[in-house]
Design a protein around this ligand. Sequence first.
Ligand SMILES: O=c1ccn([C@@H]2O[C@H](COP(=O)(O)O)[C@@H](O)[C@H]2O)c(=O)[nH]1
Length: 279
Amino acid sequence: MTESFGARLRHSMDERGPLCVGIDPHASLLAEWGLNDDVAGLERFSRTVVEAMADRVAVLKPQSAFFERFGSRGVAVLERSVMEARAAGALVVMDAKRGDIGSTMAAYAESFLHKDSPLFSDALTVSPYLGYGSLSPAVALARESGSGLFVLALTSNPEGGEVQHAIRADGRNVGATMLAHLAAENEGDEPLGSFGAVVGATLGDLSTYDLSINGPLLAPGIGAQGATPADLPRVFGAAVRNVVPNVSRGVLRHGPDVVALREAASRFADEITGAVSGG
Ligand SMILES: O=c1ccn([C@@H]2O[C@H](COP(=O)(O)O)[C@@H](O)[C@H]2O)c(=O)[nH]1
C-alpha cells in the first residue's frame, strides 16, 4: 500500500529539513539568468533548479502558471520537471491552485493526483472558495493515490483578507473555517495528515487561529515578499513544527550557477532550522 503524502512529507522533512524551494520561471528571472523568454529558456531554467535542489530539499514547488504561459510545450516541460524532481527524491507540490464545482474538480484531481497522469504530483494546491465541499473529489482521490492537498486558507498576499477574514453567520471567519475543515480531514492520521493549509509567512501574529490541523502548513512569503525565517515562530507558534516554508525568488535570483543556488537554499535552510529550534 502507498504511504500517505503526510507520512512521506514528515520523513522527508526530518531527513532533509522543511524547506520548499519554488520553481517559478518568471520572465525577469529568465532574463537575469541570460536565457531567452521561450520554451528552451524555460526548460534550461527548470532543469537547473531540479539539478541543484531535488537531491537535497524536502519539497520542490513548481508554479504551473509560468509553464502554462508557453502552452502545451511549456506543460511538457512541467511534466518532465515533475518526473525528474520526484526521481531525484524531492516531493513535488504542484502550485496550480485549482478549484471549481465538484464535477470539474474531479477532472482537476485526475490531472494532478491520479498515479497514471503525466502531471502526477505528490500534492496539489487548491482553492476552496467555491465551498470546501467542492474539493471532495480531490480529497477522495488524494486518499486513494497517497497524495495530498494544500488548501488556500490564509494567503500571503495583502488582498486575501477581504475573503479570508470575512465573518460567517456562525461568527467564525472564512480562513479559520478552512483550517477547521482540514483538522477534521486529518484527524487521527499519523505521523502527519495529508491535507495541508496554505498560510502566509507574511501575516504576523496568528495566535487567534487554531493552526493545529495535524497537517502541514505551506508558508509562502519568505524572501521576495518580505517575510524572513526569523518570523516563523512568531507567526506559527507551536504549529511551527509542521510548517513547510517556501522560498522561490529569494533562492532563484542566485542562479544560474548551481553552486550559488545550493548555497542560497542552504542559507535559508540554516536560518529556518535556527529559528524553528529557537537557536
Ligand atoms: O498565499 C500564497 C500562495 C501561493 N504563493 C505562491 O508561492 C510562491 C512565492 O514566490 P516568492 O518568489 O517566494 O514570493 C509563488 O509561486 C506564489 O504563487 C504565494 O506567494 N502566496
